[in-house]
Design a protein around this ligand. Structure first.
Ligand SMILES: *[C@@H]1O[C@H](CO)[C@@H](O)[C@H](O)[C@H]1NC(C)=O
Ligand SMILES: *[C@@H]1O[C@H](CO)[C@@H](O)[C@H](O)[C@H]1NC(C)=O
Ligand SMILES: *[C@@H]1O[C@H](CO)[C@@H](O)[C@H](O)[C@H]1NC(C)=O
Ligand SMILES: *[C@@H]1O[C@H](CO)[C@@H](O)[C@H](O)[C@H]1NC(C)=O
Length: 379
C-alpha cells in the first residue's frame, strides 16, 4: 500500500516536471520569435534594452476591425481606411535607438537645441547634406546643438529590408537615427511625432529647445541659437512654440487633397491655431506638455494640427515668427535670384530646398566675404 502510494507520487512529480519543462521550452521559443521579428538587425538596440526600461518588443498592434463599421467607410480612400484601422496604435518596436544622445536623461539640460528631423528611410541624400550643413552637431555660440532623424520603415518586402539596412549603416557611422517599426507614411506622421516625444521623456527630458521639422527645409540654426539665447526669462523651462502660424482654418473635406480629413476622422469644422509642420521651434517644457496632453487626444492624421490640439488642451498657444517661411520665400521680382544668400541671412527657416541648393546656401552664408550691400530680406 505504502509502496504504491510513493510510486504514484514519484510518477506525478516526474510528469509535472516534464510538463513544466515543455512549457518553459515553448515560452523560450516565443520570446526568441519576438526578438527575431523585432529588433533583429540592431544589436545596439538590444544592448540598450538592458540600460533602459523601454520595451523593444511591443506585441504587434492589432487592426481595429470595428473601424469598418463607421458610416461610409467603404467609400473612404485606402490611406484613410488604414488610418482608422490603426488609429489606436501608439507603441511600435524600436529598430534603432540613441539612449545616450543627450548624455542621459540627467545630463540632457546640456543640450541647448535638439534638431528633430522627420526623415523617411529613402531620403538618404537629404540626411547626408543636412549632416554637413545646418544640422551639424556642434558647439554654437557656447551651447550644444544635437541632431536626430526620426524614421519609420518602408511598407514591406525587399524594399523594407534594404532601407532598414541602409539606416543601420548610417547609424553605425553617424549615430543620429531613431527608427520604429511602423510604415513611414504621411498619415502616420502624428504617430512618429508622439513616439519621438515618448523617447524624449525617457532619454532627453531636459533639452532646452527643439527644432521640429522636415528634412527638406533650409534652417539657419546659427540664427535660431541667437534667437533662443535672446529670449527673456526662458531657458527652456517655460512655454515656447513658434513658427509659421496658421489659424481660422479647418479640415479639408475634398478627398483628392493630400490633407483630406473626412468627418469620420474629425467632425468639427475648426482646427485650433497651429504652426506649419515644415519646421517650428519649441521649448523642452512645451514638448513635455504636448506629450502629456497627447495621452488623452485621439490621433489626427495631420501632425502639425495635432500639435495645435495638444497645445489648446493645455491652455497654451503657438505664436507667429516672421523668420519662419514654411510657405517659401516671396521674392518680389523675377529679376532677383531666389537663391541669393543675402535674402537668407536673417531668416530662421525656409521650405523647401534640394540638397545641392542646401549645401550651396550654407557655404555661401558662411563665406566671410559675402557682400550684401542694399539688400533686404523681403518680408
Ligand atoms: C462592428 O464590427 C464588429 C467586428 O466586425 C462586429 O462584430 C459588430 O457586430 C459590428 N457592430 C455594429 C454595431 O455593427
Ligand atoms: C474601434 O473602432 C470603433 C468604431 O470607430 C470604435 O468605437 C472603437 O473605440 C475602436 N476601438 C479601439 C480600440 O480604438
Ligand atoms: C501606419 O503604420 C502601421 C504600422 O506599420 C500600418 O499598419 C498602417 O497602415 C499605417 N497607416 C497609414 C495611414 O499609413
Ligand atoms: C507630464 O506628466 C508627468 C507625469 O504625470 C509629470 O510628472 C510632468 O510634470 C508633466 N510635465 C509637464 C511639463 O506638464
Amino acid at each position: 500500500m505504502r509502496r504504491i502510494k510513493s510510486r504514484t507520487i514519484l510518477l506525478v512529480v516526474t510528469f509535472g516536471l516534464l510538463v513544466l519543462y515543455i512549457c518553459k521550452d515553448l515560452s523560450d521559443h516565443k520570446t526568441n520569435f519576438l526578438q527575431i521579428n523585432v529588433g533583429e538587425e540592431d544589436s545596439q538596440a538590444r544592448q540598450a534594452t538592458t540600460k533602459t526600461s523601454y520595451v523593444y518588443s511591443w506585441p504587434r498592434c492589432q487592426q481595429n476591425v470595428s473601424a469598418a463599421n463607421v458610416t461610409g467607410f467603404s467609400s473612404l480612400p485606402g490611406n484613410i481606411q488604414n488610418f482608422l484601422y490603426f488609429q489606436h496604435c501608439r507603441h511600435f518596436p524600436m529598430l534603432l535607438d540613441l539612449p545616450d544622445k543627450c548624455g542621459g536623461a540627467d545630463q540632457s539640460a546640456e543640450v541647448f537645441l535638439l534638431l528633430v528631423i522627420k526623415s523617411a528611410p529613402e531620403n538618404y541624400d537629404r540626411r547626408e547634406v543636412l549632416r554637413k550643413t545646418w544640422a551639424k552637431g556642434r558647439l554654437q555660440n557656447g551651447v550644444w546643438i544635437q541632431r536626430i532623424f526620426i524614421s519609420g520603415t518602408a511598407s514591406s518586402g525587399f524594399e523594407k529590408e534594404r532601407q532598414n539596412k541602409l539606416l543601420e549603416l548610417e547609424q553605425r557611422e553617424y549615430n543620429d537615427i531613431l527608427q520604429w517599426d511602423f510604415q513611414d507614411s504621411f498619415y502616420n506622421l502624428t504617430l512618429k511625432q508622439i513616439l519621438f516625444l515618448e523617447w524624449m521623456e525617457r532619454n532627453c527630458p531636459n533639452a532646452r529647445f527643439l527644432l521640429n521639422g522636415d528634412d527638406d527645409v533650409f534652417a539657419n540654426t546659427d540664427n535660431m541659437v541667437e534667437f533662443l539665447q535672446g529670449l527673456k526669462d526662458n531657458d527652456g523651462s517655460k512655454h515656447l512654440f513658434t513658427g509659421h502660424l496658421i489659424q481660422y482654418v479647418g479640415p479639408i473635406r475634398s478627398s483628392g487633397s493630400k490633407y483630406f480629413v473626412p468627418v469620420q476622422v474629425q467632425e468639427s469644422e475648426a482646427y485650433p491655431p497651429y504652426c506649419g509642420g515644415g519646421g517650428f521651434l519649441l521649448s523642452g517644457y512645451t514638448a513635455m506638455v504636448i506629450y502629456n496632453m497627447s495621452h488623452s487626444i485621439p490621433f489626427l492624421p495631420i501632425d502639425d494640427v495635432y500639435m495645435g490640439m495638444c497645445l489648446a488642451k493645455a491652455g497654451l498657444g503657438p505664436v507667429h515668427h516672421i523668420g519662419v517661411r514654411t510657405a517659401g520665400m516671396h521674392i518680389p521680382s523675377n529679376k532677383l535670384d531666389y537663391y541669393d544668400p543675402c535674402f537668407y541671412r536673417e531668416i530662421l527657416l525656409v521650405h523647401r530646398f534640394l540638397p545641392a541648393n542646401m549645401y550651396l546656401m550654407w557655404q555661401r552664408l558662411h563665406d566671410p566675404y559675402l557682400k550684401c550691400k542694399h539688400k533686404q530680406i523681403p518680408l
